[in-house]
Write a protein that binds this ligand. Structure first.
Ligand SMILES: Nc1ncnc2c1ncn2[C@@H]1O[C@H](COP(=O)(O)OP(=O)(O)O)[C@@H](O)[C@H]1O
Ligand SMILES: [Mg+2]
Length: 514
């Protein structure tokens, strides 16, 4: 490892309601792979977007080779030798590799000499073992190959510092291994790499140094050789004493949800659930822990009918509902708090009233023949607003103007007013402030006490420990552990989330206390 090539000093960045980066210090040496580790929402992407010129920090400075720089766009970052590969690739599907590589360069007065460029791509490709045909169309390539095109793009631009934001999240284990070979090859050429991840096993495999962020704050920077996975897990998850909400003893009722050998594909066609089994009873909160991308989002979608199962079965109250349409599944008493509030949960341009009645517009008294009884709709909405303490400027303002916490309260209010038998809540408190978070958690506990079966999918271990009755851990599409809340241990769950060790005793339902 060589001298320091990049230094971020005291970087702070606010977003409305969150301090995403709170006086972060970070440095990168020539020829090292420096991992940025942290749970979801820790502030990793924000810090890297600042280095790449996408965001400008509220406070702090960036130094390149000891000289202060002011990076105000990704173009300026490239000029300074910094390139970032985002979680969502920025490639044009219908163009070739070559066209994508030169995209954005032409406007800089670059003369498009296809032969020359293709030779240069072939040379880069050979040098780093990237194995890419310059004339292939992007849509013809696998995700792993598309990622290599992104790497070629940065190398073509002469980037010396490469930032990769969770590059393995979309890869199969084999693809991840070949990516690691490419990265090792790059550092031999004196490039420096910032690698973002929250998977401890791969972090231990690939890193020279590791910087841990938690909730926007720097926890520390450590040498890989001087740390182990267990200690890293502690740094990432935190040691704080857990604050527990008061809750009543569990009164388990009959089985509401049963999942049997469930399998499904993700959007890329990769098998993301590989035989999942569990069940949830009425009056119980089942927390599903896992870092994102391990199949939890797809699991929720299959249960509510938004994604097809390719194998296995879903039962609600003993009735098989596998691959029924969402409306039929709702009819069986399933309600859903989706992870993406404005895309799936609400219609951004409709008003509070219109969003509030989405589950009821076709029923009396809100429906009156083919018409909507606006008075009834508004009355119902005012009830929800009052009961859930939702702050709305006006009932007819488009909901996209409400804050995250109020949007989430509106969805929760609408969904639980339907008196579901099963409630699926995915990241219900993500991005919310402390007050709204506590409110949502208390409401979930109230629903549990009313006998609702709740599947709580969250990446926030503290939340899971606070309100779940049982916790299952999902890793790479399988439930790798299942613990009762009384014997749950945050570090152990953190390790299971990172795929470090499985809990062989606790498969399926064997650990359930009735
Ligand atoms: N563009 C944005 N607007 C508002 N909030 C944001 C934005 N980007 C990130 N955040 C918030 O900043 C925090 C840190 O996010 P991020 O840097 O994406 O974390 P990570 O990459 O570690 O998961 C989160 O609370 C997130 O909700
Ligand atoms: Mg991120």
């Amino acid at each position: 490892m060589g001298e320091i090539v990049l230094q971020a000093k005291n970087i702070s960045k606010h977003f409305p309601g969150v301090l995403a980066n709170d006086h972060i210090n970070f440095d990168l040496r020539k020829g090292e792979i420096h991992t940025l580790l942290g749970e979801n929402g820790a502030g990793k992407t924000t810090l890297m977007n600042i280095l790449d010129g996408i965001y400008y920090p509220d406070e702090g400075e960036i130094y390149l080779n000891g000289k202060k720089v002011d990076i105000r766009s990704p173009f300026e970052a490239t000029k300074n030798g910094i390139g970032m590969i985002h979680q969502h690739f920025m490639l044009v599907d219908t163009l070739t590799v070559l066209e994508n590589v030169v995209l954005g360069l032409e406007s800089q007065g670059f003369y498009l000499d296809k032969k020359n460029i293709s030779e240069k791509i072939a040379e880069i490709s050979k040098n780093y073992n990237l194995d890419i045909n310059p004339y292939a169309k992007i849509w013809q390539l696998s995700v792993g190959e598309q990622q290599r095109v992104e790497i070629i793009k940065t190398l073509f631009r002469g980037v010396k510092i490469l930032i990769m934001d969770e590059p393995t999240a979309v890869l199969t284990p084999q693809e991840a291994d070949s990516l690691f070979k490419i990265l090792r090859r790059m550092i031999k050429e004196d490039k420096s790499i910032i690698f973002i991840s929250h998977k401890l096993d791969e972090v231990m495999k690939i890193s020279d140094r590791i910087t841990v962020l938690r909730k926007g704050k720097l926890v520390g920077t450590v040498d890989k050789k001087e740390i182990n996975q267990k200690e890293l897990a502690k740094m990432m998850v935190g040691r704080e004493v857990l604050f527990r909400l008061d809750r009543n003893p569990i009164r388990r009722k009959g089985e509401v949800l049963k999942i049997e050998d469930l399998e499904t594909h993700n959007d890329k066609g990769i098998k993301i659930l590989k035989g999942v089994n569990f069940s949830i009873h009425g009056g119980e909160i089942f927390g599903l822990a896992g870092v994102s991308g391990n199949g939890q989002k797809e699991l929720a979608e299959v249960i509510v009918g938004l994604r097809r199962a390719i194998a296995g079965k879903v039962y609600i109250k003993g009735e098989e509902v596998t691959n029924l349409c969402p409306k039929a599944i709702t009819k069986e008493g399933t309600n859903y708090i989706p992870p993406d509030r404005l895309k799936v949960g609400l219609v951004p341009n409709l008003s509070t009233v219109e969003n509030a009645i989405l589950r009821r517009y076709d029923r009396e008294p809100i429906s009156r023949g083919i018409f909507l009884n606006y008075e009834e709709a508004a009355k119902y909405t005012r009830e929800l607003i009052k009961q859930f303490n939702i702050m709305v400027p006006r009932e007819n303002v488009p909901v996209k103007f409400l804050s995250g916490g109020n949007l989430q309260k509106l969805i929760l209010a609408r969904e639980i007013r339907e008196e579901p038998a099963l409630l699926i809540a995915v990241h219900p408190s993500r991005g919310l402030d402390v007050g709204a978070t506590e409110f949502i958690r208390k409401k979930l506990l109230e629903e549990r006490d009313q006998g609702v079966a709740i599947l709580l999918i969250s990446e926030d271990l503290e939340e899971l420990l606070m309100i779940s009755d049982r916790i299952g851990v999902i890793y790479e599409g399988e439930i790798v552990g299942m613990v009762d809340i009384d014997s749950a241990n945050i570090n152990e769950i953190g390790l299971m989330m990172a795929g470090v060790h499985k809990n062989p005793l606790l498969k399926g339902e064997e650990n359930v206390k009735v």
